[in-house]
Unconditional design. Structure first.
Length: 293
């Protein structure tokens, strides 16, 4: 539209110069001047109409090409995050074979990746951060279980829509990690279930069930514990009976001692479990709840 207005000004300027030049040659009659003005007006109208139509068509095309549609909220309950993206965009989890502790989501539009969202366990993110290179990307947010990192695609860093999408990202919790598969184990007159992916070994003095990352352990019979700070005392139910439970802590470890009393057998009188990360509490408590004797 601005181009059209500029063109009108230019046309009138040319017309004015023509009038002045022509009048310098001879004295024009009023009718001749009137006819010339009318001719210039008609030509200008047609030219202006064409310019305006071209400008409007160009604006319409630009608007269609840049229209991403309405924003919609994508929520992932497994890892606990949400993000607002245009309805024409896609977000999908991709396969990651190089690092089983890191999940990856691609945010795409028209087959072109705008940015990559990486989901680290908090422990893995901490380890990566302590490395010289550190995790690739920018930390967007975190919840109790995961840290979310945006790996930007360089060509889109200045895109306003990209900035709006990234700014909308929010961690919203996340499911506790629990196993769907449990094995049954029998030892010293007692039985309990433990997650299939956990390792179990018999030391002779007790059986120890260990999480895959070795940050949680379940012991039966429980060993003698010393040097820990007592945090609290309460009760829990084991084998249908109420038993005393003591929560303890030392350095980065949390521990629980459950006193089974003398009614079990001659082999063991307590359960003990310890963990570094709260995400294993549900699985440890399930082992206790399935404990029978």
């Amino acid at each position: 539209m601005k181009k059209a207005l500029k063109k009108i000004s230019a046309v009138f300027l040319i017309a004015a110069v023509a009038l002045i030049t022509f009048s310098g040659c001879r004295l024009m009659k009023k009718d001749e001047i009137k006819d010339l003005k009318e001719e210039i007006r008609e030509e200008t109208k047609e030219e202006l109409k064409e310019e305006i139509l071209e400008e409007l068509e160009g604006d319409e095309n630009n608007e269609v090409e840049g229209d991403e549609g309405e924003m919609e909220t994508y929520t992932n309950e497994t890892y606990g995050f949400q993000i607002d993206i245009p309805e024409s965009w896609d977000i999908a989890q991709t396969e990651t074979t190089h690092d089983l502790e890191t999940q990856q989501f691609n945010v795409d539009t028209d087959g072109e990746t705008m940015f990559v969202l990486k989901v680290y366990t908090n422990e893995n993110y901490k380890e990566q951060s302590e490395n010289a290179d550190g995790p690739f990307g920018v930390l967007l947010d975190s919840n109790d279980n995961y840290s979310f990192v945006s790996a930007e695609v360089q060509t889109h860093q200045s895109d306003e829509m990209y900035e709006d999408v990234v700014d909308s990202f929010k961690a919203v919790g996340g499911e506790e990690e629990t196993s769907d598969c449990y094995n049954n184990y029998t030892v010293e007159g007692a039985t309990f279930e433990y997650p299939c992916e956990w390792d179990i070994r018999d030391t002779g003095a007790s059986s120890i069930v260990t999480s895959p990352d070795q940050k949680a352990e379940f012991h039966y019979p429980g060993p003698d514990i010393g040097g820990w700070d007592k945090i609290s005392e309460s009760t829990t139910t084991v084998n249908g009976q109420e038993k005393s439970m003591t929560s303890i802590k030392t350095d980065d470890l949390n521990g629980v001692i459950i006193d089974l009393g003398s009614d079990l057998n001659e082999y063991g009188s307590k359960i003990f479990y310890q963990y570094e990360d709260d995400k294993y509490v549900n699985e440890l408590e399930k082992m206790v709840s399935t404990f029978k004797y």
